[in-house]
Design a protein around this ligand. Sequence first.
Ligand SMILES: NC(=O)C1=CN([C@@H]2O[C@H](COP(=O)(O)OP(=O)(O)OC[C@H]3O[C@@H](n4cnc5c(N)ncnc54)[C@H](O)[C@@H]3O)[C@@H](O)[C@H]2O)C=CC1
Ligand SMILES: O=C([O-])CC(=O)C(=O)O
Length: 278
Amino acid sequence: MSEAVAVPVPTAPRPREGDLRVVVLGKGAIGAPVREALASGHVQGAQLTAIVDRRGATRPDGEPIEGDTWLGEADLVVEAAGQPAVASLGTSVIAAGVDLLVLSIGALGDEDLHDRLSAGPGRLYLSTGAIGGLDVLRAVADAGTLQYARIETTKKPRTLIQDWMSQGQRAELLDAVSRVEVLRGSPQHIAGAFPASANVAMAVAAAAGSRSLVEAAVFADPTCTVTTHEITVESTTGTYRFQIANRPSPENPATSGLVPLSVLRAIRDLAGRKETVL
Ligand SMILES: NC(=O)C1=CN([C@@H]2O[C@H](COP(=O)(O)OP(=O)(O)OC[C@H]3O[C@@H](n4cnc5c(N)ncnc54)[C@H](O)[C@@H]3O)[C@@H](O)[C@H]2O)C=CC1
Ligand SMILES: O=C([O-])CC(=O)C(=O)O
């Protein structure tokens, strides 16, 4: 008969004075790994104080939290809960003087909401999420040399099905045998039409400091094994192309597996009060 082996139960690291107190909104493909990394002490200088989803708020050990008292114990709220959550919770976070890191950047297509979230006293941060190359775009935009920027996103057809599509449009998408363009337009239109799949369009617009200089498009490709985002920046200083080929998250094929890593990098920067200079 084998003897039972005592498995050591890892204990959560003790909160330290001065740690950045982080609340995560959403327990899905992004929120769950971010919560785990924070709760296991993998982000030096940051501690998880609460997790909030549709059912309410809990402490890291699962103890329920009354109402929105979690807001009083936060320095930073990380939104990984979808565009409607930015609209319903974002303003109260910012108004309470708490910083907000937004993933569902398409919500900022609503200019009133954008203005309210930019009014402070909390600071609004936008996650780089599934893409990169935004440093170059910001540099040429700041210098006034940006001529235009474009982002073309390609995903598996089933991740792009939306309520607004007719039966015919859905069938066309699901029956496609090769890459087809689904929609092209302004970044706010594309991020609004694909709220869980094309927030990156508004991330490009934010980096460009312009909506009118940015064009976005979404393609469906039944043969693709990765999600791609192709970003082209045209400036008087040159032409810049960034091709991102992301493995989708196993938990949610609409979301790229890179996204929680981008969030953790941003939390590390904010906890370390690092400038975002490479
Ligand atoms: N900027 C970027 O590059 C990207 C942005 N996103 C955004 O992040 C969001 C989350 O992505 P995933 O984690 O993959 O989604 P998911 O569907 O796996 O998880 C969403 C989570 O949010 C929770 N939730 C929904 N409504 C809520 C509310 N009102 N309050 C609190 N919690 C709420 C759900 O219970 C669930 O736990 C997407 O909807 C999208 O808007 C996603 C991928 C990339
Ligand atoms: O994860 C991605 O590749 C992009 C995404 O879903 C979004 O921008 O909403």
